[in-house]
Write a protein that binds this ligand. Sequence first.
Ligand SMILES: Nc1ncnc2c1ncn2[C@@H]1O[C@H](COP(=O)(O)OP(=O)(O)O)[C@@H](O)[C@H]1O
Ligand SMILES: [Mg+2]
Length: 552
Amino acid sequence: MLKKNSFKKTEEKAAVNLPSSVKQEMSNQVRVTALPPISLKGDKKPQEKQQLSDLAPRKEDIKLLTTYNFISDNIPITIRIYKKKGEFVPIYEVSISSISKNTEIILEKIREELTTQVSLGMVDIMTTKDTGIIEQRFMEAITTLVNKHFPDADEKTTNFLKSYLVQRSLGLGSIEVLMDDIDLEEIAINNASDPVWVYHKKVGWLKTNIMLKSEDQIRHYATMIGRRVGRQLTILDPLMDAHLKGGDRVNATLEPISVGGNTITLRKFAAKPWTITDFIKDSTISTEAAALIWLGVQYELSTLISGGTATGKTSMLNVVANFFPPNQRVISIEDTREIQLPKFLHWVPMTTRLPNPEGRGEVSMLDLLVNSLRMRPDRIIVGEIRRKREAEVLFEAIHTGHSVYATVHANDASETITRLTNPPIDIPKTLIPAISMIVVQYRNRRTGVRKTFQIAEILPNSEPNVLIQLDIRSGALKKVANSKSLLSTIELFTGFTRNELFNSLKEKETILKWIVKNNINTVDGVGRIMAEYYTNSDNLMEYVRKNKPLGD
Ligand SMILES: Nc1ncnc2c1ncn2[C@@H]1O[C@H](COP(=O)(O)OP(=O)(O)O)[C@@H](O)[C@H]1O
Ligand SMILES: [Mg+2]
């Protein structure tokens, strides 16, 4: 049984499937590599510590929560998530679906042969022009050995065997498998004596059946990842935070700073960004509230998304930006690439860069903001407002006719304004009304559920007026005040009457319900509906009214 969407996407894979530079780096270590333990079904080799044997449960002691399959670099993987008697945290068990004990033994043998065949002795690894040769020799050696030991294997099997060997010998081993599970958000290695933990989208934190062999191996993986993006990890510089090309983020720390051992925390780039469809379906937001945000975005009102840590600010920013029309130029500025807009939008994503170890080459948020104003944008998305100069440029951008969307760390609408008007951001309170709308995201600390908490407008005196508020007990968003400034601002910008705006809100609600009913939940899918709405709404409304899906 194959779970839909569980197959990795090739482009996301790129970040994980180590690029040649890392593999080259790795080949440096080929002789000494502490080969990662393999987690195979029924694998109970004594030397592999508690690897699997301690965790391998008896049937009657477990309660299966879910199971699914996906392919990781040609290797078919089966995941089982189960609760085990005596364990407080459910187990995430990785196994390779189609590999027999025999095959595994032969592969182990090949691996041993490989490490003796491909060694540093062949070329000087330090000269970069030779590093490709190592990789090439490695591949050649693997091919020869696989052909020798499995002469009858078809092409598919041969590819699988080769990938397996490369992943085990040059890559991050089992960690790569975890990186390929699109349901995982976080991978945490705490030390070499505990299993790797993962954060699963639906089930939360889980203990895996994967353990790294030694502290050296963790450090080695961290170094490998760091080299790839030009970051170093040393005794003198034992903390590393790096953004990988594909958007994944890696943090690593070395002992004794992390007392328990070397750590690696991998935060994966969301494979599928959130859409308004998911938010409405999961009751993060009501259709009524979503329609109000959409109306604001349509008429270019600048909007802030606020909330506490990991309440879903960036996810909401992405959802909001999905309401953009197709004929406007969008520039996004972030520290980490998170925003994903429809591919057909007129969009230039930009990310900041930290200085290199010599302190050169930094590109700051402010640099990008200032630069973006010279790129003639209609809309500017800013990952997060943190400093005074950024905020000043941002408000300047609004005053010169751009509409701006940004996140701010604050727990509610009035705290958002307090944050903006006090150090370190500290902008004059009189500037605040340039922002028209604040959307606050919230995470319930008891249930972990994330929802929209408030939608507020800003009054001319810079005070917020909360229009829609979450009732925490019932979980419903309720209208708590009439608009005093937001709708009149739109009337002023558009010449619509109040009644026409109410009709527009109703129409948007109808479309949103139809989008949800038809489960249009990709960024491109929603973007296409928006494009249709802005350019040919009569046509779209015909489909919506007939309650049928939009044809191709
Ligand atoms: N409405 C939601 N329902 C469930 N999970 C969500 C929701 N919004 C965001 N998340 C998840 O919460 C985590 C934090 O989201 P993110 O947008 O990065 O938060 P922030 O920007 O506030 O730190 C991510 O894993 C994201 O997928
Ligand atoms: Mg964020």
